[in-house]
Design a protein around this ligand. Structure first.
Ligand code: ADP
Length: 294
């Protein structure tokens, strides 16, 4: 249930958004998220999507999410829910956005998804990183900018999480040494690419299928990065359908050897999972380290 202290903020937000007076009668709880509490609110005959959390636990999380969704929407490449309001009260924070009514994929769903992600990735910037930091899951994610991908990947992605894992005894010193060796190789392993606008957390739980049967991206961790990061993330827990990859490559060919770099890219989300959920993710990290660092 929505905390009582939030109700009046939500009601005045909905009055402002819809231009119509009503009151919150129900809030149908929505599962599937890993961090926040979410529900579908009915207001003056329309539905809205609401997520909330304590204001102090994850500072600026929803503001960062809204900025990321805005950047993705501005690219005009793929459907993104409209954000109506982000607000922080003394105790809670919430984000209110367009409610996506879900349906099943249309006949060309995967082909469209591949094409639209390729279009998103064509948006570029002078640097890797972003104008604001954000979160990956519930972990803070630094988007400090760098001119080349290897510096960004090592300094803003891998090494902070290796350090965190080492501090919390989730990895041993031997792993940290292997990571140090890997850092020296990163530049030669990735072919040069322009910084691409990324969703940043593109696993199968972070897209919805709307009433037109089209993909809608949610819950991003946006930055300008190497586009193989998004592609790799789609394969972390099973993978999308083959049509998605075929279509993506038709619109934006991937550099030779991309399949071999999937595990390298996925060291980052695996480190996120290792830090958040524990050592069951260490096996895959060790396997990748063995492959890339003899
Ligand atoms: P969290 O920030 O806690 O990870 P998510 O953003 O993943 O939460 O949202 C939780 C669930 O709510 C998702 O798995 C999805 O099913 C649903 N959802 C997210 N955004 C919308 C939306 N705009 N409209 C309808 N349902 C949504």
């Amino acid at each position: 249930m929505i905390p009582l202290s939030l109700i009046k903020h939500i009601e005045s937000a909905l009055t402002e958004i819809s231009g119509l007076a009503d009151r919150v009668r129900s809030c149908e709880s929505i599962g599937g998220g890993s961090i926040n509490t979410a529900c579908r609110i009915e207001w003056a005959g329309d539905y809205y999507f609401l997520k909330w959390n304590s204001a102090s636990k994850f500072p600026k999380m929803f503001a960062n999410e809204a900025e990321g969704l805005h950047q993705l929407k501005e690219s005009n490449s793929i459907t993104i829910p409209e954000v109506f309001k982000v607000e922080e009260t003394r105790t809670e924070a919430f984000i209110m956005m367009e409610f996506i009514h879900q349906s099943s994929p249309n006949r060309t769903f995967w082909e469209t998804f591949g094409m639209q992600l390729a279009e998103l990735h064509r948006n570029t910037s002078s640097h890797f990183g972003n104008i604001h930091d954000n979160y990956i899951g519930s972990l803070p994610q630094s988007n400090a900018t760098h001119e080349n991908w290897s510096d960004f990947f090592v300094l803003e992605r891998l090494s902070p999480l290796v350090k965190l894992a080492r501090d919390n005894q989730r990895i041993a010193s031997v792993h940290a040494l292997q990571f140090d060796k890997l850092y020296t190789k990163i530049e030669s392993l990735f072919p040069p690419e322009k910084p691409a606008l990324l969703h940043g957390d593109l696993w199968s739980g972070n897209f919805l299928i709307n009433e037109k049967g089209l993909p809608v991206l949610i819950d991003p961790a946006v930055y300008y990065g190497h586009r193989e990061m998004d592609i790799a993330m789609t394969k972390l827990f099973g993978g999308f359908e083959t049509g998605f990859y075929e279509s993506y490559k038709r619109y934006y060919e991937l550099e030779k050897g991309w399949e071999k770099r999937i595990d390298l890219c996925n060291l980052y989300p695996l480190l996120v999972h290792l830090n958040l959920f524990g050592s069951s993710y260490l096996y895959d990290i060790e396997r990748t380290l063995r492959y890339f660092v003899q």
